[in-house]
Write a protein that binds this ligand. Structure first.
Ligand code: TYM
Length: 351
């Protein structure tokens, strides 16, 4: 039986990277799932607090993320939608896994290393992490919590963007070593090593700096398009997207990253436009940069309009109605999590 799990941090309305790299795939998996497949999608607020958060802001972002998940087409009657912090077993399993996780392996994680290397105000950390002691333990052990999220539900498949692939490899190896230590003779694995599902659009780049991925934490708001953006906002951001002054449109991620990112956006927002980004670029080769951007505006708007309208609808609901939905999800998630914790505790002599 398949169990699908994924998570997203409540750190702002999702952008097109989140949408194409993850959320749209989550919906597809939901809509195509066999009846006995379990799907869980979590708003990972415990991960969000690995960097400093303002309480009011976090409360708002949690709500916006719940509205966003519904807006993109996840249905609470089919998928279990819940806040990570409403299921205490995540933190419990994380502690147990921490006692099996290697510091050396964690220290090699690129996300951690990138935070270590960021000395300036572009860092999402509050205090400048130019010295290691300003960095928080939670940020270092972030991948252990992520592993707990996944392993708690006997997850078989995890749909994510490419930036999460390393964390998933860590989760898989942690499960295998944990099983080896605590249940070497067991017929079925105590913790199920998960498989990664990468979306076709696994890495959407920033509009203002196409050498970087599109990111919620980028200080430049024009670097990303949100699923709640109006057509005017979409146009404003795409018009200012960094491209180049080479004539004509070609697909060349290495030498023309900005143009190729726009071609990708058009292609992945609406795959009916061509057989591949390369073919699409060929069809558009005669377009000016302005026309390419306008085509991107129309395509993105066409595909995002419904999502935006649904987002506005959910944000207008009384908070209690939206909240109830997550409560129901939290209960269902806990029922599964309790079963796993019972097996883990028994295997470890703590039952
Ligand atoms: P987060 O909140 O940064 O991103 C959510 C999802 O969006 C994908 N994504 C992208 N895909 C393509 N191009 C981009 N520019 C882009 N930016 C983001 C991410 O790959 C992700 O799938 N650590 C995770 C959250 C998490 C999680 C988990 C995921 C916590 N526990 C368990 C899977 C399983 C994160 O910070 O995602």
């Amino acid at each position: 039986r398949k169990v699908i799990f994924s998570g997203i941090q409540p750190t702002g309305v999702p952008h097109l990277g989140n949408y194409l790299g993850a959320l749209r795939q989550w919906v597809k998996l939901q809509d195509e799932a066999a009846p006995d497949t379990t799907l869980l999608y979590s708003i990972v607020d415990l991960h969000a607090i690995t960097v400093k958060q303002d309480a009011k802001q976090l409360a708002q972002w949690r709500k916006e993320m719940l509205a966003s998940l519904q807006a993109v087409g996840l249905r609470s009657d089919r998928s279990i939608l819940f806040y990570q912090s409403s299921v205490p077993q995540h933190a419990e399993l994380m502690w147990i896994l921490s006692c099996n996780a290697s510091m050396g392996y964690l220290g090699r994680m690129t996300q951690w290393k990138s935070k270590l290397a960021l000395p300036d105000s572009a860092s999402p950390l509050d205090s400048s992490p130019s010295n290691k002691s300003a960095l928080k333990l939670g940020l270092f052990s972030y991948p252990v919590l992520q592993a707990a999220d996944i392993l708690l539900y006997n997850t078989t498949h995890v749909p994510v963007g490419e930036d999460q692939a390393q964390h998933l490899e860590f989760a898989r190896e942690l499960a295998i070593s944990f099983n080896h230590t605590h249940a070497p003779q067991a017929e079925a694995p105590l913790l199920v090593p998960p498989t990664t599902i990468l979306s076709p659009a696994k890495r959407v780049m920033s509009l203002s700096n196409p050498a970087k991925k599109m990111s919620k934490s980028d200080a430049d708001v024009k670097s990303r398009i949100l699923i709640s953006d109006s057509k005017e906002e979409i146009r404003r951001k795409l018009r200012s997207a960094l491209t180049d002054s080479i004539e004509g449109i070609t697909y060349d991620r290495e030498n023309r990253p900005g143009v190729s990112n726009l071609v990708n956006l058009i292609y992945y927002m609406d795959e009916s436009v061509g057989a591949s980004p390369e073919m699409l670029a060929q069809d558009m080769q005669g377009l000016s940069m302005k026309a390419l951007k306008e085509k991107a505006v129309e395509t993105v708007e066409d595909r995002i309009r419904d999502v935006r309208e649904r987002y506005e609808y959910y944000m207008r609901l009384p908070p209690s109605e939206l909240g109830e939905l997550a409560e129901g999800g939290g209960q269902r998630a806990q029922d599964i999590a309790k079963g796993t914790m019972k097996r883990v505790r028994t295997a470890m002599g703590m039952a």
